[in-house]
Design a binder for this molecule. Sequence first.
Ligand code: ME8
Length: 506
Amino acid sequence: MKPSFYVTTPIYYVNDVPHIGHAYTTVAADVLARYKRLMGYDVYFLTGSDEHGQKVEKAATTAGETPLELADRVVKRYQALWERLGISNNDFIRTTQERHKKGVSQLFSLIMERGDIYLGEYEDWYCTPCETFWPETQLIEDRCPDCNRPVEKLKEESYFFRMSKYQEQLLAHIEANPDFIQPKSKRNEIISFVKEGLRDLSISRTTFSWGIPVPGNDKHIVYVWFDALTNYLTALGYPDSTAEYGRFWPANVHLIGKDILRFHTVYWPTFLMAAGLPLPEKVFAHGWWTVEGQKMSKSLQNVVEPNMLIDKYGVDVVRYFLMREVPFGLDGDFSHTALIQRLNSDLANDLGNLLSRSTAMAVKYFGGILPAATELTEIDHSLQEKTSAMIAAVDKFMDELAFSKALQAIWEVISAGNKYIDDCAPWVLAKDPAQKDRLATVMYCLLESQRIAHCILSAFLPATTAKALASLGWDGEISRESLAWGGLQEGTTITKAEALFPRYEA
Ligand code: ME8
């Protein structure tokens, strides 16, 4: 039986439309899901939308819609974008779905029955026009940080989660599982935060109504983060003991942005501990994208819209740029100049050019019929070994979610291919009939190395590699086995590849 692998993205708020930041996490999860599938895993890849809460309620009021009308409209934009980006999610969960609401009520009740949710009073600074509570530390000169109006101390009845009780257990878990929070810098940040002391957490609201009612007391709405985090369980069918739940929980990795690390590594694990459920294996927080050096924001009108990028450059260029430009875990900056540089140099010059040169030679010298390799010389062995070593390197990097390094490892083989052509000079061999066998071996090694590179690259650039593999005459299944040297068979039809990536001239 195949091993299982469960990867998730955050569920995105529907009060915003998708931008490059949302695309980033989702593409990363997709690359990982595709890679694991090709390596023989049974993958469950989940994404979705976070549709409850005050922010969505307010956005709907502003737009003159009901919250559900707003959600129905915006969720389509996410789903359409994921389709364009080639996202291969197995499921898309919306928190307004019955399956989700049922699971959230059940989890809330369960934790309450086990004694870790209690009714108490919440007291903090309240901004009436904004209907928002603020902790003292967030006030700006004693006023609301959003609207700058005066705030008042207010008490509200609230359900609390006994988070304080889990402080030591959580610390022990983080200590015992060094990979639970990644990258390491983020792990240290959370350890310090937990060590400062965990307070009980208010997990219900009475100041608005768009959400899931607290079981048995519908004056209260379940706190939006309790609601949202539970999606990772409800998508698998929780609370029912479905086959998916049994097979895929606990998740192998929650991919998130660093903005929501605390929710995923303090709140979520303690909720699960209180419910007696297993914790996810890993939470990986990636960095933040700025745009041309500035924070992305509606007011600066610099929000990078992924559809526009796809129209302008093509889907795989966007996927490649996001995964290659910035080491996963660090902050990065988006600029058209940097993207065009990657496109022209890595994709058009290196990858695309190698394939078109090689396939053109196969057509020219062998009528497009792949010859057999005869005896491999040192230079051929070296290309073969580089290709095989790349597979192992990529596997290690993918395990560390080092997407950029994985791509660099693949590009070493691409560069080696380009150098191999220059060193072997097939055009010289072609002039000498006595070198026919040598030329055949060179052609074989050159094309076989690229077949393997494109097979593994299919996790990153699925549309491009499908074209490349077609021109290499490879219609086999892309799997772990297909990464072994020797897959291309003598007699295979090779067709000259069109430029995979036209150069972009600004
Ligand atoms: O936080 N750079 O939803 P959200 C990189 N609904 N990634 C970015 C980004 C940027 N500039 N901006 C956004 C929520 N992201 C909750 C999540 S999960 C149970 C609930 C990405 O729509 C990144 O993945 O605000 C971040 O964590 C996520 O979008 C936040 O999306």
